[in-house]
Ligand binder design. Structure first.
Ligand code: PPE
Length: 304
């Protein structure tokens, strides 16, 4: 998580000095929002993947949370992201904008002051290099994903992630790599930090947007799947549809495109990375590394 500088409200602050007080209300109550973005080392230099879309979602998260005066525009945050990556000398890195509040201990958002920080660090394969290649082991969590009127899933609100922490921790303690979470009606929603896809008879299925985070990697995978000519269907998916799928894979900024080899001790397909996951993974990595047909559209080269 280390870097030389963290951007805090317009200033590049040395890493050790980038601190907030223990009495920060966001820390106590979970009101805040964050983004997760990746930059890749490409032959043309460091390049950020779909930066604008991520920053638009960051501002949207604040809107869902109810922030009335968000202190920065997407363009301000775009410049700040470039500045932070280049000050730290990173080419490939993870970028974490955070909205948090200081002020008094109150549950009234309007009484406190919004702040934004941007951290960057080098982050390897989220579910392991081995997982990217051979697939990971998953379980369907006994914890339900948020009901849409309890905690809104379109926003990356910090407090939403307590639900992910419950599911992920139990999954890892039980020997799995990651948890699949069902929505309150019992259909598959998403994982603790990824969106999910299955493949059956050559068709790619993924849960509709209603109860999930609208993942930017999900959107990229759907676009690449269309480009490659795979039929894609967004429809509710039940737990047993996962068990009998030919392939299951998950995606996210941190997790990139990761195949799933088992779910609840049931082998999925051949029990390793399947051909569709492999084709999409290859297309994804080609794109983010600057050599894909969508690279120009989706990559922003780091300035400075
Ligand atoms: N669902 C959830 C719940 C989620 O947290 C993420 C990203 C996604 C789907 C995929 O969204 P996108 O990154 O736009 O494709 N999870 C972020 C945080 C992971 C973490 O442990 O921190 C991420 O991947 O950056």
């Amino acid at each position: 998580m280390k870097s030389d500088y963290v951007w805090m409200d317009g200033e590049l602050v040395p890493y050790e000095e980038a601190q907030i007080h223990v009495n920060t209300p966001s820390l106590h109550y979970g009101y805040g929002a964050f983004e997760g973005i990746r930059a890749y080392d490409t032959p043309q230099g460091g390049a950020v993947f779909r930066l604008r879309e991520h920053l638009e979602r960051f501002v949207d998260s604040a809107q869902v949370l109810g922030v009335q005066e968000f202190p920065y525009s997407v363009e301000d945050l775009r410049k700040a992201s470039h500045e932070t990556i280049s000050a730290n000398g990173f080419k490939g890195c993870y970028i974490r904008p955070l909205l948090y509040f200081d002020g008094s201990f109150t549950l009234n958002l309007d009484a406190n002051t919004p702040h934004v920080s941007i951290s960057t660090w080098e982050w390897g394969a989220y579910l392991g290099d081995e997982g990217l290649e051979n697939g990971v082991h998953m379980t369907v969590s006994s914890f339900t994903r948020h009901h849409i009127n309890v905690s809104m899933t379109k926003a990356k609100i910090t407090g939403n992630y307590a639900n992910s922490v419950l599911a992920k921790t139990l999954a890892v303690r039980s020997g799995y790599d990651e948890a699949i979470m069902l929505d309150p009606t019992g259909y598959v929603a998403e994982c603790s930090g990824e969106n999910l896809f299955l493949v059956r008879d050559g068709v790619i299925y993924t849960p509709p947007r209603a109860t999930i985070l609208e993942g930017i990697t999900r959107d990229s995978v759907l676009t690449l799947a269309n480009d490659l000519g795979y039929p894609v269907v967004e429809e509710p998916i039940s737990r047993d549809q996962l068990y009998i799928a030919d392939e299951v894979f998950v995606c996210g900024t941190a997790a990139e495109v990761t195949p799933v080899s088992t779910i609840d001790h049931r082998q999925i397909g051949a029990g390793r990375r399947g051909p569709v996951a492999e084709a999409l993974q290859t297309a994804f990595f080609q794109t983010v590394k600057g050599g894909g047909e969508r690279s120009e559209e989706w990559l922003e080269y780091v300035e400075g």
